[in-house]
Design a protein around this ligand. Structure first.
Ligand code: DX5
Ligand code: ZN
Length: 220
């Protein structure tokens, strides 16, 4: 049976009750904490920075999966490792020397992730796939929670899965944006391993049940 990983996105949490929401994830069937860092330059929004990430890591009892939506991520790799990131994902579109960046992330003991904007062709990863632990496939334009899922994502996931298989890589495919019970099964059938969910989890009446529902639905 496939164990699909569920990664609630802290961006949709209540920041006035952040510790409560972190404990909710700790006590749920969720697998990872997905943490979005935005700089207002790479994306038209600013989320939160180092002190908030440090607080999340301090309380989190599960993998801390950090998604950087920032320009020049290289200068902060060491800092993010010190702040408790287990996975560090940079955007393909923000890296001139992606191979070097991924090596630097792994050298700090973190898993190296690459995020792709919806317009970026997955074929661009063919020559670097063996150096990537995790591809974060954006299924919305990065910058905000609560947007609608882009349908084209299904075929991109299938194409990426082929690239991973062809190269004998063990890269995980993570889907980020607009994920819910409406698209989760089809995404996993297409090859997704990790589902990020922000609004779907945090706007639910019962987030813990919503997480376990998503987990059950996608354990195919
Ligand atoms: C968007 C972020 C996502 C976001 C997902 O830029 O990368 O992680 O929090 O939120 P939902 O699931 O509400 O689309
Ligand atoms: Zn994200």
């Amino acid at each position: 049976m496939k164990n699909t990983l569920i990664a609630p996105s802290v961006l949709s949490a209540d920041f006035g009750n952040l510790q409560r929401d972190i404990e909710m994830i700790n006590n749920s069937e969720a697998d990872w904490f997905h943490v979005d860092i935005m700089d207002g330059v790479f994306v038209p929004n600013i989320s939160f920075g180092m002190p908030v990430l440090e607080a999340i890591s301090r309380h989190a009892k599960k993998t801390v999966d950090v998604h950087l939506m920032i320009v020049n991520p290289d200068q902060y790799i060491k800092t993010f490792a010190q702040l408790g990131a287990n996975n560090l994902t940079v955007h393909y579109e923000a890296c001139t020397h992606l191979h070097r960046t991924l090596q630097a992330i792994r050298a700090e003991g973190m898993k190296a992730g690459v995020a792709l904007n919806p317009h970026t062709n997955v074929a661009l990863l063919e020559d670097i796939i063996n150096d990537i632990d995790l591809v974060c496939m954006m299924s919305v334009n990065p910058g905000f929670g609560g947007q609608s899922f882009i349908e084209r994502t299904y075929s991109k996931v299938k194409q990426l899965k082929e690239i991973i298989t062809r190269n004998g890589a063990s890269t995980l495919i993570e889907i980020d944006g607009g994920v819910s019970d409406k698209n989760a099964v089809q995404l996993v059938q297409a090859g997704a391993d990790v589902l990020v969910a922000g609004n779907y989890v945090f706007r639910a009446e019962n987030p813990v049940e919503t997480i376990s529902g998503l987990k059950k639905l996608t354990s195919l």
